[in-house]
Write a protein that binds this ligand. Structure first.
Ligand code: HEM
Length: 660
């Protein structure tokens, strides 16, 4: 496509109105010529992409450039569909609000729409872009910073310090005074792309109704901060920082292995360390690892009291970007989301991350119409072809560069076999178990990881990049010593739930994760007691256990040994029942309490106590049994062999080769 060129404007000259109007018309015309809504939504400001692991841009580390590769990847993508005739996969432990928070965050940091203009995925002439083309022509339509440019960027309208919202319609279709819709343009019969289009910093946030309602929550949270006496800049800064806190403290530990998140937070980034003034978006993150969220999307949700089963298709239709708002002028009041259903204690949980996607994601829409060509309408096919086209290294090469364990071909095939013969055949046909497309691998690895979270490679890329981006962002909370949230229910506490409360889209109710702590502790006490009783019964078990415990204590809190050891205390009855991740997190300290000196000491004592079997000459016999017991209950001092270093120091031991 040819871009119309305007003669350059000399610096400092104010262009006449006619010239601006002319340019605007040309841009509109240009947008009309582009079929994909995703290109349409791209903004004027651009930043750069690059590779996280540029050393892997060699032929050996990429998928082979052969004519059959397009078809092989299409076959693999097509096989990733959730089977129709089976019940939906069991819930993960991640409430569904975090699926769409993840998408919202994606829309804050990355937007690649240029490759689509260069080579169409469905073209016969589809090809891999050259390194030169990628370096010079592929740009990011967002700032990679975690800065909410998707909320504050043009054309988001402002009214002095406040962000402008839209009002929902009452039962008779007229406007109510409830500010629960996105601000929208009026109807425009002639131009579907303009018709009731959301006036927001990133149009993709009107792609489905859940993310649109999340965007509303952010606009309202900004205004709530303004009502507390802040001007626009102050409110934006505070909201940004609280949002960064949610990313780091609430979102990441749910999605990734919390031990990896903590390690990067406390010990620093190892792989993604851009210069402070040259933040960039890594392709491995945006085109593969961070697309894990596509697998979390559910086919239907318990949306609110009016719509106990809203399908994904409903949620697309009730937007102006994918759908037609069902021909309403504005969102009907009955479709205001009930966030209670989407957070802890609610009924909607994300699909576990694996190599299947909801069927609706094989039928993507734009402006109410299905996308014209099957390749474009099928999200997994798009992801795989995009990764190939943008020269993503295969997972095996990435694992080597990150120094992490890679699944064997047999293990990868096992994941595919568990989905369908079709997926297994597609995997084999492309030799993809040995040279695995990175996005597919991230999902396969998650499929066998606990709690429906990401596995080691996915966790490392996602946490490295997001923490690195937060570190490099304007107003970064990670560059301000001891920054703590102030807008939550208590100083130092803030989560996505608290953002909803601040925004007035969720009534303040007790956080189910808080009272559960007592229950959880009680259960852990019982478990620990039972475990210890079993351990001391048999001298040989006690001996093995002592060796393990000593290794765990020496390895230090946060080490894989520690984790393996502590896992014993959360074994479930009956065997095979999934472990409650919150119980585990509490015990391991990955519920953001790691580093709390008192709790860490208790954790360490809990482990030490298990050493106190008959095989152990010990001073711990009366020691602490659980993280909730008092520390002074007659427990002796640790012996030199098991002495416990202060946890932070232990945790700082970096550079050791990670074993997984
Ligand atoms: C209903 C939900 C969603 C839909 C319909 C959707 C759809 C899409 C589409 C069509 C693309 C462009 C694909 C291409 O041609 O390369 C895309 C890109 C992407 N999606 Fe999603 N997505 C959804 C949810 C999510 C979630 C939950 C996440 C992550 C947690 C996510 C992360 C991404 C990322 C990182 C990209 C690349 C963005 C860029 O750099 O341009 N998406 N998505």
């Amino acid at each position: 496509m040819k871009y119309p060129r305007q003669p350059p404007i000399t610096h400092g000259v104010i262009p006449p109105l006619e010239r601006l109007t002319g340019a605007k018309k040309q841009v509109r015309k240009l947008n009309e010529g582009i079929e994909m809504p995703f290109s349409f939504a791209v903004t004027g400001n651009t930043t750069r992409f690059d590779y996280l692991l540029p050393q892997l841009q060699t032929r050996d580390c990429l998928l082979p450039e052969i004519p059959a590769m397009h078809r092989l990847l299409c076959d693999l993508g097509n096989s990733m569909v959730e089977p129709e005739d089976q019940p939906p996969r069991p819930d993960s432990s991640i409430p569904s609000a975090y699926t769409y928070f993840g998408q919202f965050l994606d829309h804050d940091v990355t937007f690649e729409a240029k490759s689509e203009e260069m080579v169409k995925l469905s073209d016969d002439a589809f090809r891999v872009l050259t390194s030169e083309e990628i370096r010079t022509r592929i740009v990011n339509g967002r700032t990679p910073a975690v800065d909410l440019d998707n909320v504050y960027y043009q054309p988001a309208p402002r009214d002095r310090s406040r962000m402008v919202l839209g009002f929902v319609a009452g039962p008779d279709g007229t406007r109510t005074d409830k500010a629960n819709d996105l601000p929208r343009k009026p109807r425009n019969e002639e131009n579907p792309k303009d018709d009731r289009a959301a006036l927001i910093g990133d149009k993709r946030n009107d792609e489905n109704l859940v993310i649109a309602q999340l965007h509303v929550a952010f606009l309202r949270a900004h205004n709530a901060i303004v009502r507390r006496g802040c001007n626009f800049d102050e409110a934006r800064q505070l909201l940004r920082q609280h949002y960064q806190w949610i990313v780091v403290k609430d979102f990441l530990p749910r999605i990734c292995d919390p031990l990896i998140v903590n390690e990067i937070l406390l010990g620093g980034n190892r792989f993604f360390r851009p210069d402070a003034d040259d933040l960039f978006m890594p392709f491995e993150f945006s085109v593969a690892a961070y697309r894990f969220g596509h697998s979390m999307v559910r086919e239907a949700y318990h949306y609110n009291a009016n719509f106990p089963r809203a399908t994904l298709l409903d949620l697309f239709t009730l937007t102006a970007f994918s759908g037609t708002l069902r021909d309403f002028d504005r969102l009907p009041e009955s479709w205001i989301i009930d966030w209670k259903n989407f957070i802890d204690g609610g009924s909607n949980f994300a699909r576990p991350i694996d190599t299947e996607l909801s069927r609706e994601l094989f039928d993507l829409r734009s402006f109410g119409k299905p996308m014209p060509l099957p390749v474009e309408a099928r999200l997994p096919v798009r992801n795989l072809l995009r990764g190939y086209m943008l020269r993503l290294p295969v997972a095996q090469a990435v694992a080597g560069a990150l120094d992490l364990r890679i699944m064997t071909p047999a293990e990868i095939e096992e994941v595919a076999r568990n989905v369908s013969d079709e997926q297994l055949n597609a995997l084999r046909a492309g030799d993809f178990a040995r040279r695995t497309p990175l996005w597919y691998y991230i999902l396969a690895e998650a499929a066998v990881a606990p709690f429906g979270r990401l596995g080691p490679i996915g966790s490392t890329i996602v946490a490295e990049v997001l923490i690195g981006l937060v570190r490099g962002s304007k107003d970064s909370i990670l560059r301000k010593k001891d920054w703590k949230p102030t807008l939550g229910p208590a100083p130092g506490r803030f989560s996505l739930r608290d953002l909803f409360v601040l925004a007035g889209v969720l009534t303040e109710t007790p956080d189910p994760t808080q009272p559960r702590r007592t229950n959880m502790s009680t259960r852990i006490i019982d478990k620990a007691r039972a475990k210890r009783a079993q351990m001391v019964k048999d001298a040989s078990v006690a001996g093995v256990n002592m060796t393990m415990a000593v290794a765990a204590l020496k390895g230090g809190i946060r080490s894989p040994e520690w984790r393996a050891y502590m896992m014993q205390f959360v074994e479930q009855d009956p065997p095979g029942t999934p472990v409650d991740p919150r119980r585990l997190d509490r015990l391991l300290g990955t519920d953001n309490t790691l580093g709390d000196p008192e709790l860490d000491r208790k954790r360490a004592y809990l482990a030490s106590n298990a050493i106190c079997g008959p095989a152990t000459p010990n001073t711990f016999t009366l020691g602490v049994l659980t993280i909730d017991d008092g520390l002074d209950g007659g427990c002796g001092q640790p012996t030199p062999a098991t002495s416990i270093a202060p946890p932070r120091k232990v945790g700082k031991k970096r550079g050791a080769k990670r074993r997984r």
